[in-house]
Ligand binder design. Structure first.
Ligand code: 6PG
Length: 260
């Protein structure tokens, strides 16, 4: 199921996004004693991460296992690192055990880092037999409780860029994206692929700001043109929720979705 929630401003979007994440986390923990979440990079989710640190006692962080939907191939203390951004805004401020944090090894070559990460995801899900897997044409795929995503101005999401070979990947869950692939991300990247993203129980897009309005309209209008990466996020049976603010929704016109 796909839902679009529009909030009057970015503050309300942040509040509601944090509340939704806490709700999904508590649901997952009460049903399977584990909450598996893949964080997004970029700037939009950072105020949400900060808001989560103020929700004292609202989530049993000992049961939360944090992954990343993508990473840049840089060291963990590099300004471009998605791990570093989440550590500074969230992870060092909540009582989450170090072992529950699964950083993508950005120091490795992209394809090696991707293989390593896929292996570690597989081990994690096998070590928690209560966690679900989804049977697909390309075999069994682990089901994350929640995958957070942002959307770039070009319609990319995670590190799945328009025209990238990674969009055709049907078997691997994680791939390396060399920086010489068009369009040119500044550094090599590692990214979840569409099969892994679309296997998730919940996918939450966070989109804020006028700069995203034109692309959001293209993504929602979906007038038959070549599918943009963000349009290809269509969970097989999980829930997809777009949480956007008014400025980002400003070009959706009269047939805009409901207000959040
Ligand atoms: C990254 C993200 C990327 C991001 C979008 C939106 O590593 O940069 O995974 O997909 O979500 O580019 O970024 P903003 O939230 O900064 O607009």
């Amino acid at each position: 199921m796909s839902t679009v929630k529009v909030y009057p401003n970015s503050d309300r979007l942040v509040e509601q996004a944090a509340s939704s994440i806490l709700e999904m986390g508590n649901q997952a923990i009460s049903s399977r004693d584990v909450f598996s979440i893949a964080l997004s990079g970029g700037s939009t989710p950072q105020p949400v991460y900060k808001r989560l640190t103020r929700a004292e006692g609202a989530l049993d962080w000992r049961k939360v296992h944090v992954f990343w939907g993508d990473e840049r191939c840089v060291p963990p203390d590099d300004d471009q690192s998605n791990f570093r951004a989440a550590r500074e805004t969230l992870l060092k401020h909540v009582p989450i055990p170090e072992d529950n944090i699964y950083r993508i090894n950005g120091e490795l070559p992209a394809s090696e880092a991707a293989e390593d990460y896929q292996h570690r995801i597989s081990i994690f899900f096998k070590n928690h037999p209560a966690l679900p897997w989804r049977e697909t044409r390309s075999g069994e795929i682990p089901v994350f409780d929640l995958i957070l995503l942002g959307m770039g101005g070009d319609g990319h999401t995670a590190s799945l860029f328009p025209g990238s070979f990674a969009l055709q990947e049907s078997l691997r869950w994680v791939v390396g994206v060399p920086h010489n692939q068009p369009p040119l991300p500044e550094v090599d990247r590692v990214t979840f692929t569409l099969p892994l993203i679309n296997a998730a129980a919940n996918v939450l897009f966070l989109v804020s700001g006028e700069s995203k309005a034109r692309m959001l309209k293209r993504v929602f209008m979906n007038d038959g043109e070549q599918m943009l990466p963000a349009q290809q996020v269509q969970p097989v049976s999980g829930d997809l929720v777009w949480m956007v603010d008014e400025p980002a929704a400003s070009m959706l016109g009269e047939n805009r979705p409901g207000r959040g």
